[in-house]
Design a protein around this ligand. Structure first.
Ligand SMILES: C[S@@+](CC[C@H](N)C(=O)[O-])C[C@H]1O[C@@H](n2cnc3c(N)ncnc32)[C@H](O)[C@@H]1O
Length: 285
């Protein structure tokens, strides 16, 4: 059995979804690896070996972009960009500029290589960085993006302070992630703990998250429950991981599916706008 990863970087350094597995899947489809498009990378007709390491895949990127009103002139920051799939879909479909940041250097290097394989015309770029100390100047970003990434960040207040700092006035947060659900009863706490351990997640309730956003100088403009996508993702991931040696990943998806069915976890979309005049900087306590 594989030892448990000691750090988040180690978790993603050894993640089953890799640049090599994506390119191998595309090659098996008979595509020319020297003439790839983002559609080749983000769509797997057989299942889930794509550059989209989040729940909902490329369709979720498009829907979130529409909700956040991303246009060709938007500058988007994808925090926890992973292999860069959402950044490429965004830039490809809307013509916007996206900067992806991630603290796992192996994912970032793969994101850069995959982006070089397709024609992005410089609209998707990547940099090493930690969400808690964004390597960016104040007020330059129109939309801050996060898909299935921010659950890893323990210091959520600090993350929101950084979002507030780098967003322009009226800028948007557009994110989707796993949260604790409101299902009554304290059962299944051990299962939530086990899932959090495998995923290296720091889960809070959706209400807790939207309250924190509201207290951090933003107006929550919409939320949507996407939990059915989590269940579909679990089915797909269990198929993809089927014959592989990833017992913890498989266990996590079994647990996640069960917890979602019982309302103990939810997968939700949250959009929030930085308050303009009369708004306030994040609270210091
Ligand atoms: C599940 S992957 C999602 C990748 C990408 N958002 C996608 O949808 O394909 C989560 C990513 O978040 C990154 N991450 C976690 N915590 C981070 C932090 N504090 N700062 C920057 N990146 C972080 C991890 O390194 C990992 O690549």
């Amino acid at each position: 059995m594989k030892p448990e990863p000691a750090s988040l970087r180690e978790l993603y350094d050894n993640h089953p979804l890799t640049e090599a597995s994506i390119l191998e899947r595309v090659r098996k489809e008979g595509k020319d690896l020297n003439a790839l498009t983002e559609e080749d990378l983000c769509r797997d007709p057989q299942g889930g070996i794509t550059d989209q390491n989040h729940i909902g895949g490329a369709d979720a990127v498009r829907r979130l972009a529409a909700e956040a009103e991303v246009t060709g002139s938007s500058v988007v920051l994808d925090i926890g960009c992973g292999l860069g799939g959402p950044a490429r879909v965004l830039a490809d479909k809307s013509g916007c500029h996206v900067v992806g940041i991630d603290l796992t250097l192996s994912r970032l290097a793969a994101a850069i290589r995959l982006t070089r394989k397709i024609s992005m015309k410089g609209r998707a770029s990547f940099a090493a960085g930690d969400a808690r100390h964004l390597p960016l100047l104040e007020g330059r970003i129109d939309v801050i993006w996060g898909q299935s990434a921010w659950l890893h960040i323990p210091e959520k207040k600090r993350l929101l302070e950084e979002c507030w700092r780098v967003l322009c006035p009226g800028g948007m947060i557009a994110m989707e992630d796993t949260f604790l659900g409101d299902a009554p009863g304290g059962g299944a706490a051990d299962q939530v703990d086990r899932l959090s351990r495998i995923w290296m997640a720091h889960l809070i309730s959706l209400r807790g998250w939207t309250d924190l956003i509201s207290r951090s100088g933003f107006e929550v403009t919409s939320t949507a429950d996407l939990t059915p996508l989590l269940s579909r993702s679990a089915t797909r991931m269990l198929r993809v991981l089927g014959g592989t040696d990833w017992p913890d990943e498989k266990e996590a998806w079994v647990i996640a599916d069960r917890l979602a069915a019982n309302g103990r976890i939810v997968y939700s979309r949250v959009l929030a706008r930085k308050r303009e005049k009369g708004g306030q900087a994040p609270l210091s306590s």
